[in-house]
Design a protein around this ligand. Structure first.
Ligand SMILES: Nc1nc(=O)c2c([nH]1)NC[C@@H]1CN(c3ccc(C(=O)N[C@@H](CCC(=O)O)C(=O)O)cc3)C=[N+]21
Length: 296
């Protein structure tokens, strides 16, 4: 049986670390780090995420603001609001909850956030820095995966990591980060995606498998070798009559069968998801550090 990688526990540890930095700032009567989250429309899942981000901010003692905008807002109005926060010294991180309504160009919106406050790490300047191995704000989910591997002492040097999925949010950045030589993971990395003729051919070679597909229970035990380390990034909402909420969240990995052959595995929920939020707070602290020079 695989050892469970407890993302909930590690995320609590990281939040404790951030909390102690914030209470030190209070003692020194210094400004606190601030995060603004912008939500357009009222998609229930997005609302839930945004609320849990704000709750975590409050837990660690950061300043947090949620801006909820009507679905009818124009791209120009959204960008002008972002500009206001670009210039607002009380906020060091700006996060625009994705996805945005179809008529708003996501790329224009992401580019309107100053790279220094881009705590998602989605701005092309930050993406470019990440790819060439320069210090930058790392997207929260990949950053969370790196922390999990580090805190469970899972060696990546020379290991074959197979990333399933090529999104800009998870697949591409995690592949680049694990590839990095200088203060990096130094792994051999393969990215596979839906156009592959035989996905199992690739996944069977993985020492570490990262599933970021967006398809419930896609990864089966027969696609993997014994003792593989499995990181499940999937957050799939499926109907569940037995749950009080009417739905449950399952990953991209068939946990019941894969946990029998893997050496380590992240559960869903309680794996990568909580880490995403912890690393968002960490990024806000890093942005604060660079913008204010209040902490070393
Ligand atoms: N600009 C932007 N940045 C994001 O980082 C971003 C986004 N937009 N849009 C949506 C996705 C999704 N996302 C998650 C965060 C936490 C959990 C999380 O905490 N999940 C819990 C379960 C939560 C539950 O039960 O609903 C878990 O896996 O244990 C999941 C998903 C951030 N995203």
């Amino acid at each position: 049986m695989a050892q469970i990688i407890d993302g909930k526990k590690i995320s609590s540890e990281i939040k404790e670390e951030i909390k102690s930095v914030c209470s030190q700032l209070v003692k020194e009567k210094k400004q606190l780090p601030g995060l603004v989250t912008i939500l357009v429309g009222n998609n229930p899942a997005s609302k839930a995420y945004v609320n849990s981000k704000a709750k975590s901010c409050n837990e660690v003692g950061m300043v947090s603001k949620i801006e909820i905008l009507d679905e009818s807002i124009s791209e120009e109005e959204l960008i002008s609001l972002i500009n206001r926060f670009n210039n607002d010294k009380n906020y060091h991180g700006i996060l625009v909850q994705l996805p945005l309504p179809k008529y708003i160009n996501e790329s224009n919106v992401i580019k309107s956030i100053i790279p220094e406050k881009d705590v998602d790490g989605f701005h092309p300047i930050n993406v470019g820095k990440l790819v060439i191995g320069e210090e930058t704000l790392i997207p929260c989910t990949p950053y969370g995966i790196l922390e999990l591997l580090k805190r469970y002492n899972i060696e990546t040097k020379g290991k074959h990591v197979v990333v399933v999925g090529r999104s800009n949010i998870v697949g591409k950045p995690i592949a680049n980060l694990l590839l990095q030589k200088r203060d990096g993971a130094n792994a051999v990395v393969t990215i596979v995606h839906s156009a592959a003729k035989n996905i199992s051919f690739y996944t069977k070679q993985a020492d570490i498998l990262i599933a970021a597909i967006g398809s419930p229970k896609f990864i089966k035990a027969e696609m993997l070798k014994e003792n593989v380390v499995v990181i499940d990034v999937g957050i799939n909402r499926v109907e569940d009559a037995n749950s009080p909420k009417g739905y449950k969240i399952i990953g991209d990995v068939d946990f019941d069968e894969v946990s029998k052959i893997a050496s380590f595995i992240t559960p869903v929920p309680g794996g990568v998801g909580p880490m995403t939020i912890a690393m968002l707070l960490k990024n806000t602290l890093i942005a604060y550090k660079h913008l204010t020079k209040n902490i070393e």
